[in-house]
Design a protein around this ligand. Structure first.
Ligand code: NAD
Length: 267
């Protein structure tokens, strides 16, 4: 018996085999979950379908989360395929490249709205649509980053969006508690994915992370998958509204270790 045997899990945000969503999907499959995937649009279909086939997943549906109609459509498809859902994973984020470099005050109004819509509202919209399908004891999960609470150079608009996403996690956890549904977030350290590469200076930040984090190791999508299994399984039955760090301990440091800083500079 796996930790998720008998649970229906729907994962949003699979783009390719580097996606955090893929690490989560593999861990969920290993633990016996019955999986379904939703991806953003036509361009990704040729990457997502072979990954789904690898895990024997046959619910693979498109949904652009900017569209209420598409959210409604995928919800209906999930209802007829699964009946009830135990786990919903939101592993989606987007901001224009322009908003991920330079001064934060240069963020455009349109760019602000877009990042908030795709990266934050989508979690609220999916929670609203799927809550009638969620079985008691179920769990929702989203992905966030430490740039929500501290300034990470160039992360800018996404930092503000992640702060709103973390607050949304707590409000949703409060709302859905009476239905016996838990809502949590994983705050992941830097991982080389499509989304991350859009952040100016990401490569250097990813490299320095090894020196500056207490465990001196980068995190992997497998680490996120294993943490997601815990948060979405009955092992976390009374854990809700939490931001769970999977970051080699980076967030506990008030200042970098001087030796580590020297090593990072020598790089
Ligand atoms: P990724 O590029 O693999 O995943 C991002 C996903 O968002 C993609 O599948 C993309 O198709 C989807 N998406 C974007 N716009 C969409 C839309 N309109 N409708 C539906 N889907 C849409 O990158 P990732 O790093 O795996 O990102 C997953 C989540 O993890 C994001 O929320 C990201 O902010 C978060 N995160 C990433 C890191 C990191 O360093 N990679 C760290 C912490 C948190």
């Amino acid at each position: 018996m796996g930790l998720l045997t008998g649970k229906n899990a729907l994962i949003f945000g699979l783009a390719n085999d580097r996606s955090i969503a893929w690490g989560i999907a593999q861990a969920f499959a290993r633990e016996g979950a019955n999986l379904g995937f939703s991806y953003a649009g036509d361009m990704l279909e040729k990457r997502v379908r072979p990954l789904a086939a690898q895990l024997g997943v046959n619910f693979v549906e498109q949904c652009d989360v900017a569209s209420d109609e598409q959210i409604a459509a995928v919800t209906e498809k999930a209802r007829s395929h699964f009946g009830e859902i135990d786990i919903l994973v939101h592993s989606i984020g987007f901001a224009n490249k322009d908003e991920l470099q330079g001064k934060f005050y240069n963020t455009s109004r349109a760019g602000f709205h877009l990042a908030m819509d795709i990266s934050v509202y989508s979690f609220v919209g999916l929670a609203k649509a799927f809550q009638p399908l969620m079985r008691r004891g179920g769990a929702m999960l989203t992905l966030t980053y430490y740039g929500s609470v501290k300034v990470a150079p160039n992360y800018n608009m996404m930092g503000v969006a992640k702060a709103a996403l973390e607050a949304s996690t707590r409000y949703l956890a409060s709302d859905l508690g009476e239905q016996g549904v838990r809502v949590n977030a994983i705050s992941a350290g830097p991982v080389r994915t499509l989304a991350a590469m859009g952040v100016s200076g990401f490569r250097e930040m990813h490299k320095n992370f090894v020196e500056l984090s207490p465990l001196h190791e980068n995190i992997s999508i497998e680490d996120c998958g294993n943490a997601a299994v815990y948060l979405c399984s009955d092992w976390a039955a009374h854990v809700t509204g939490e931001i769970h760090y999977v970051d080699s301990g980076y967030n506990i440091m008030a200042a970098p270790d001087p030796q580590a800083l020297k090593a990072a500079k020598a790089g």
